[in-house]
Design a protein around this ligand. Sequence first.
Ligand code: COI
Length: 327
Amino acid sequence: MRMKMFVYSLREYDERQFFDTICGELGIEYDSVPEVPTPDNISLAKGYDVINIITCPIDEERIVKLKEAGVRLIMSRTVGTDHINKEAAARYGIPVMGISYSPCAVADYAIMLMLMGCRKLKYVQLRTIGRDYGLYGRLGRELRDCTVGLYGGGDIGKTVARQLSGFGCRILICDRHPDPEIAGIAEYVDPDRLLSESDILSLHLSGTQENYHIIGADEFACMKDGVMLINTARGLLIDTKAMIDAIESGKIGFAGLDVIENEKGMYYFDHEDRILTNKDFSILNGYPNVIVLPHMAFYTEPAVRDMVVNSTVAAKGFFDDKEQAND
Ligand code: COI
């Protein structure tokens, strides 16, 4: 079938070339805007079968407008689809799909944050700006001496385990579906053991309601003093207020946060001349042992190409299957 796709948040500098190539190959007509979908610009998708988006909120108001515009599929070129009100989409009969892309992108980033934590890199860099090249207070840890706990053993969690196995550290992993290959390099444990035995805890869970604040005050209380916490998954997994208390009490020795709660609308835009109103972000950013990054663990060339190609191919497959079923 000749599918028409409308792409929101298209980045000229990295995504355009991949969209041009794959849409050309598959004979797909597409148009795009650099903006996120808003109630005012959803009418642009009128006459298109599918919209292709990233992590911009798609609430009920937008879904009603998509229905009015005749859109028949919401395709997110992301792994997580927690930004879409799926319950409302189901009520209006619009299927929602996400995709997978190179898990190494996020896995590498998580490991980078672990290493930055082990070597107190933010503190070292801050001191270096003032030309303080002393060693006092910068003594690092070696990853091989750490127990690394991976909360979530999907594609990304398993890739972190595989990549980490070369560092010689003890690896724990918590997931309801153990994988025999991973069981050879990591020990599957329950959440209690994961929290209490990890020197470094890295989150690789999806942003479902079930996982909302899965790390809160009670969980911090079970953790080792000085634990390193890495979040490259979703901000809503951590109760931010409890995390701030845990940093201030010394329970958390380092936090590497590629994602934080209420980040929507802040990341991927230039706020240089604006006042940021996310107070938790400002507080977290101010600590010398906390690194806050703008949700870019995914951002590698292979992953960006996968996001564009896999989402386009999957959308085409969806409509081809539908057409075949109707034959
Ligand atoms: C995802 O794929 O779920 C992500 O978090 C990446 C997105 C921000 C582009």
